[in-house]
Write a protein that binds this ligand. Structure first.
Ligand code: HEM
Length: 498
């Protein structure tokens, strides 16, 4: 068995005796501490864990990242603390699964997200975005042409609509159906709980004493409530499709049809179907909605970017079609805006993994240990916690020129992007959708949705920031939060575009 060399790595000073460096990471702007330490110590370092948890490895080195995501991906699992939380929230579906179960789920679901299937989904996406336009137009007319909206709430109603339609032939009625309201409410409660310092303490205590997971703690009961809502919806969808009560609508094209087929052939149990419906809804709706709201925020703060995008959309002279949105021929700036939004605001901002078995991480940038030994690879032991903070890795200035700035133009300038020798091999060289066998299943749908939502909004409306101070927080996924107010939100002023 090789000896771990973790202790040879640089480590920031000033760790708290009780909370190591983890409180620093939680209480500062998302990713800022990781970035500060990457800049100081290079692309691989260790930090102290809370409650005497062994040191955590933090990695941005290109070879190590590629190894963990792609080459030996199944050796790097979600943290043991994370799995029971996901299970309690949304059951044992694809996000929860590991190893052979994950491979089986992935084989069943991969084809549902092929480019051809996404094209088939596009009318549903456009129906949802056109409803967004109609509702926002009405809202502005009711408010004398000017309103302050919570952009996150508007985008999440739209992405929930999309996932309902394309996934299950189900209409969430722009966030107004009983289930949509329950899902949005339960989710918001999770996020509010996740933003509080108690969430930090709960996580590190439960990690140290997993037995406590069995106790009836309040925040865990909230997770249970979400599962009840999701289970009820999943069962209803499945039963109405099985009985033909929905007129065969849900047996047609969507994820549910794929799962019903698999279940008919004995390749998926009913409970697995129920859980995977929940996983697809949760994975698919809030991530895309948050990203869209963050991009709107950036465009609100950058009127010239917003105007440039609007002019491109007006120049097109028609509602963008699927081909317009995917070919990038006539809408290159929209493509750049979406890529830049995904780079700067990755949903899984602080991403963690744990090694199942001993392994050796390759290193692109050798590390000189205090002994003078030069490490060109890093042996690690089973159980090693690893952090791969997407938000820092996507924005490191040593890789991305002025990487901390939101600047869509970079995607059209060779000097704005990482050099070939520094770029990751993931989608567009960023980690937002992960990489390798667990790469986001719905990334093509997410990109189409983001483009369709932004095209409709920017073509027809103009956005400005409010006096509220918005900050990025991490609770379940990356979230916008207004300083001094509870819960996630993105307040923006909106008027009709002229
Ligand atoms: C901007 C929007 C989105 C972002 C940033 C995002 C990001 C991610 C990330 C980081 C992962 C985890 C990869 C890993 O575990 O290594 C993931 C997994 C997943 N995503 Fe997305 N996602 C988005 C939208 C969607 C959409 C629209 C769907 C469609 C239903 C979706 C479905 C999934 C599923 C099913 C998984 C689990 C894949 C697996 O474990 O094999 N995501 N996503």
């Amino acid at each position: 068995r090789s000896v771990s060399k973790i202790k040879e790595l640089p480590c920031p000073n000033n760790a708290s005796l009780l909370f190591g460096h983890e409180w620093d990471v939680f209480s500062n702007v998302v990713g800022s501490k990781f970035t500060e330490w990457f800049n100081k110590y290079g692309p691989v370092y260790r930090m102290k864990g809370a409650l005497f948890h062994p040191d955590i490895l933090v990695v941005a080195d290109r070879a190590a990242v590629n190894h963990i995501f792609s080459t030996n991906s199944y050796n790097y699992v979600k943290a043991p603390f994370f799995s029971p939380v996901v299970e309690r929230l949304i059951g044992r579906g694809i996000i929860w699964s590991e190893g052979s179960l994950h491979k089986r789920f992935r084989r069943l679901m991969d084809s549902t997200f092929s480019p051809a299937k996404i094209r088939d989904m596009s009318p549903d996406v456009f129906e949802a975005t056109s409803s967004l336009q109609t509702r926002l137009t009405q809202h502005l007319q009711d408010n004398h042409g000017e309103a302050t909206i919570d952009a996150l709430s508007w985008t999440s109603s739209t992405t929930l609509d999309v996932i309902g339609r394309v996934g299950f032939g189900y209409d969430f009625k722009a966030g107004e159906s009983e289930e949509a309201k329950a899902i949005k409410e339960d989710w918001a409660q999770q996020v509010v709980a996740g933003m509080s310092p108690t969430a930090f303490y709960a996580e590190v205590v439960l990690r140290a004493f997993p037995i406590l997971l069995r106790l009836p703690v309040k925040s865990m009961q909230a997770q249970g409530r979400m599962k009840v809502t999701m289970d009820r919806l999943s069962r209803r969808l499945i039963e109405s499709a099985e009985s033909g009560e929905d007129g065969g609508k849900r047996k047609g094209v969507n994820f549910l049809a794929t799962m019903l087929n698999a279940s008919g052939e004995g390749r998926m149990t009913k409970q697995e179907m129920i859980d995977n419906v929940s996983h697809l809804v949760i994975a698919g709706y809030e991530t895309s909605a948050m990203t869209a709201s963050m991009v709107l925020w950036e465009l609100a703060k950058n009127p010239s970017c917003q105007q440039k995008l609007r002019e491109e959309l007006i120049r097109l002279g028609r509602e963008p079609s699927y081909d317009d949105l995917t070919s990038n021929k006539d809408l290159p700036y929209l493509d750049a805006v979406v890529k830049e939004g995904l780079r700067c605001f990755p949903a899984a901002a602080n991403y963690g993994r744990v090694a199942l078995a001993d392994d050796v991480l390759p290193l692109e940038t050798p590390i000189t240990a205090p002994s003078g030994e030069v490490l060109t690879e890093l042996p690690i032991r089973a159980g090693q916690s690893i952090n791969l903070p997407h938000i820092s890795i996507n924005t490191l200035t040593s890789v991305w020129p002025d990487g901390e700035l939101f600047r869509p133009e970079r995607w059209h300038e060779p000097s704005g992007l990482p050099s070939k020798s520094k770029a990751l091999t993931s989608w567009s060289g960023i980690l937002t959708f992960g990489a390798g066998p667990r790469m986001c299943l719905g990334y093509r749908l997410a990109i189409l949705e983001l483009k369709a939502v932004l095209a409709v909004l920017i073509r027809n409306f103009a956005f400005e920031p409010t006096v509220d101070v918005v900050e990025k927080r991490y609770a379940v996924v990356l979230q916008p939060k207004v300083v001094g107010k509870e819960g996630p939100q993105m307040p923006l002023k909106v008027v009709f575009a002229t």
